[in-house]
Structure formats: structure tokens, C-alpha cells
Design a protein around this ligand. Structure first.
Ligand code: BGC
Length: 421
């Protein structure tokens, strides 16, 4: 047993002894939780969730499926549900929540949501995404901002350049970093990582309206426009500044390259901050967060949530509802998000313990929701049905990985992938 498990159990034991334990032995149930939080920062955040449940006297059955972005986890989930053996809770987000709900396998958790006033504690757009036919079927843990650039300031100083705010500055900085003998851009090898960069370029080069039309509404004309061609050309140019070992590399190993100064920067959502923090690094000193070039006025969001599956045993249903209640509690939202790199999804939380990256994320979230530039991340399953999402991700990665493919050919492939139902 790890030291952290041990301390969580001791806490549960102490609460039981003082009679503070919420669930009596008769009510204690087990919750099996499917997630893909296996990197250093992610695992710390997952432990906070587990600790919450154990403190209530329930048992946590860990169903962790490694693989950033969750593609492997979703494949495993499908086979478990098809064989009639769904976990109590699974990390599912965006339109996939609706897809699972339509299958009739998700549980209605309106009683928990009503008792805890979720409607007044969540931004409406987010709450709507967690409901199926007006009833809550999922509980949200956070808001991740995806359009971030993470930089190592010591490496930038050595190269004599500043952290870029435009794509022109990005390539100037990348050249200088290369000359200084470091890998300019830390990148990894799954298609969701390629797409995380691609959507940042689409937003920075094309702007929020283009992003919406092309990637959220998947308008065929916009997907085949001159702007799309420019986006694709810029995106492909980023590859020149990545290293030969990028294919197959996990995102957190790419973050580690920025942490240890082997690379200068990484375009990644703020789960990357969880890695810097887990490595004992201080924001503003050891690492810098900046909006991805050209995207300072916009915000691509990614809300992690747990969909609750229909399960039978009464004690386990009680444990499942306790999990949903715990997820939205202010204490959990604070400790989880301090470790995860994200910000609380619950409104009006005190951010005193959060760092400047989180505070900027929070104020930019509010500002962008007012200016119409708050946008769902496609790379992270927040915008389009899963079939189209998978197909356009594959097309974008094919372009990234195929030297001979032109931007025009890629445009055609992406546009036809977007028609996937
Ligand atoms: C999830 C994050 C996770 C990241 C990398 C994203 O899709 O929303 O919670 O940390 O993938 O695994």
C-alpha cells in the first residue's frame, strides 16, 4: 500500500472512531471508477477523489486505463458496458455524455443535483451538457483551459528570446531555441496531442469565428477555405521544431522535457501544470504559462466529468450518489484542482490558494464567455460527436505525419472526415 493510501485509510479510520463517518457499515458500498489519470499530477488529483470516498466509509475500486486524452479508456469502457458490466462512474465528457445517455445506460442523479443546488452553482452551458432530457447524468470536477503554452524561462533566457504571443514570434523564438541547442517544441505522439496543437493554431491564426465555423459547426466551405490552408501550413511548420523521438511519446514525458530544460516549450492544456507542480516547480519562476500564440482573448475549455452508470446494489447506489455529492463540494473542488492544474467548475469559489495561471484561467474564462470567445475543445471531446471527432483527428495526424501531403489534400480529407456520423 502506498503512503498516500495509508494516510487516507487512517483518516477514514479516525473519522469512524469519532462517529463522524457519514455512511454506516450497513450503507457502505463500493464505487468502481474508470479514469485515465495516471501521470504524476493526474494521479495526485485522482487520490484526492479516492480519499473523499474512503472518508465517507465506502470502498473505491480503481479502474485506471493509462493513455492521455482517454482514447484507450473509452475503448475499454465500451467493452465493459456491452458485456453488461458497467463501472459505477466513468470519466466521460462533452457530447459523449449524450451518446451514452441515449443508450439508456446512465443513471439519473437529479436528487443529488437538486439537494445541492447544482443549477445555481454551475455555468448554464456546462450544466446543460451534463443533463440528458433535462436530468443530470454526470458530475463535473473542473474546467481545464486547453489553449496554453508552457515555457521554461531559463531556457528562453539562454536563447535570448521572449515567450511568444503571436505565431510570428513563436517561429522566431523556435529558431533561437534551436540555435541555442535545445529542442524548441516538446511534442508527443498521439493524435489528440497533434490536435491540441492544431486547434491552438486554428484559433490563433484563424480567430474565434473561424474556429467555431470550421471546427465546431464543421461548415464545409470554411473547412476548405484559404484560412484553413494557412492554418494547416502554420501547423505543419511547428513540426520542424519538434524532435525525432516525438512519435509515440506520452504528453507528460513531453512536459518533463520542458521541466528539465531539454525543450523550451509545449502547447498543452493545463493538466501540464499538474506535472510542473508535482515536480515541485513554481509558476512564474521555474515555468511560465501563457495563452497559446494569438489566442489571448479566447479560451478553449475542457470540463472533466464523471457520468454515473445504472447499477443495482443499493449500497453501491448510495456510494455512487455520495461520490457525486463529494465531487461538487467546495473542499473537493479546491484540493482536486490545486493538484490537477485546472480551476473549479463550481462558481464563486475562493481562489486564494490558487496560483496566477489558475487565476488568469478563471478571469479569462469569464471574459471570454462575455465576448463570445469561449470555445469547446475539439481535441478533448467537448464539441463534436465522437465519430466525427475521431475521423478529423485521424486526418489531421495523417497530415502531420506525411511529409508529401499538401495542405490542400489535407483540407479535403478533413472536410470529408467532418461528414462522419
Ligand atoms: C483530460 C484531462 C487529462 C488529459 C491528459 C484530457 O482529455 O480532460 O483530465 O489530464 O486528457 O490525460
Amino acid at each position: 500500500m502506498s503512503a498516500s493510501n495509508l494516510s487516507v485509510r487512517c483518516l477514514a479510520g479516525a473519522l469512524a472512531a469519532t462517529g463522524l463517518m457519514a455512511a454506516t457499515a450497513a450503507q457502505a458500498g463500493e464505487v468502481e471508477v474508470l479514469h485515465w489519470w495516471t501521470s504524476g499530477g493526474e494521479a495526485k488529483a485522482a487520490t484526492a477523489l479516492k480519499g473523499k470516498l474512503l472518508a465517507l466509509g465506502h470502498t473505491w475500486r480503481d479502474f485506471a486505463v493509462a493513455g492521455g486524452g482517454g482514447d484507450s479508456a473509452m475503448t475499454v469502457l465500451k467493452s465493459r458496458v456491452v458485456s453488461g458490466n458497467a463501472p459505477a462512474a466513468a470519466q466521460i465528457k462533452g457530447p459523449s455524455i449524450q451518446e451514452w445517455a441515449r443508450e439508456g445506460v446512465l443513471a439519473n442523479i437529479d436528487d443529488v443535483a437538486k439537494a445541492n443546488q447544482w443549477d445555481s452553482l454551475l455555468p448554464k452551458t456546462i450544466a446543460d451538457g451534463l443533463k440528458y432530457k433535462g436530468s443530470y447524468v454526470a458530475a463535473p470536477v473542473n474546467v481545464h483551459r486547453v489553449n496554453w503554452l508552457w515555457a521554461n524561462p531559463a531556457v528562453f533566457q539562454k536563447a535570448g528570446v521572449k515567450v511568444p504571443t503571436t505565431w510570428d514570434e513563436f517561429f522566431t523564438a523556435a529558431e533561437a531555441l534551436k540555435k541555442a541547442g535545445v529542442i524548441p517544441v516538446a511534442h508527443g505522439g498521439q493524435n489528440w496531442q497533434d490536435f491540441t496543437t492544431f486547434e491552438a493554431v486554428a484559433l490563433g491564426v484563424g480567430g474565434a469565428d473561424f474556429y467555431k465555423k470550421a471546427l465546431v459547426q464543421m461548415d464545409q466551405g470554411t473547412l476548405k477555405s484559404a484560412t484553413m490552408e494557412k492554418v494547416l501550413t502554420t501547423f505543419k511548420k511547428v513540426k520542424d521544431y519538434t524532435d525525432r523521438n516525438a512519435p509515440g511519446r506520452d504528453w507528460n514525458l513531453a512536459t518533463a522535457m520542458v521541466i528539465n530544460g531539454q525543450a523550451g516549450m509545449q502547447i498543452m492544456g493545463d493538466w501540464a501544470k499538474g506535472e510542473f507542480i508535482a515536480a515541485g516547480k513554481t509558476p512564474g519562476k521555474d515555468f511560465v504559462c501563457a495563452p497559446a500564440p494569438g489566442t489571448g482573448k479566447a479560451y478553449t475549455y475542457n470540463v472533466d466529468s464523471f457520468a454515473m452508470f445504472k447499477i443495482k446494489n443499493d449500497a453501491n447506489v448510495k456510494a455512487q450518489k455520495d461520490l457525486a455529492t463529494a465531487i461538487m463540494s467546495p473542499e473537493f473542488q479546491e484540493v482536486f484542482n490545486l493538484n490537477k492544474g485546472s480551476i473549479p467548475v463550481r462558481l464563486n469559489m475562493d481562489l486564494a490558494k490558487f496560483d496566477d495561471c489558475a487565476k488568469q484561467s478563471s478571469s479569462d474564462f469569464v471574459a471570454s464567455s462575455k465576448s463570445g470567445t469561449l470555445l469547446p475543445s475539439i481535441a478533448h471531446g467537448m464539441a463534436v460527436p465522437s465519430a466525427a471527432e475521431g475521423a478529423i483527428k485521424d486526418a489531421v495526424s495523417q497530415f502531420w505525419n506525411t511529409d508529401k501531403m499538401t495542405a490542400k489534400e489535407a483540407m479535403d480529407r478533413i472536410a470529408s472526415a467532418a461528414k462522419q456520423k
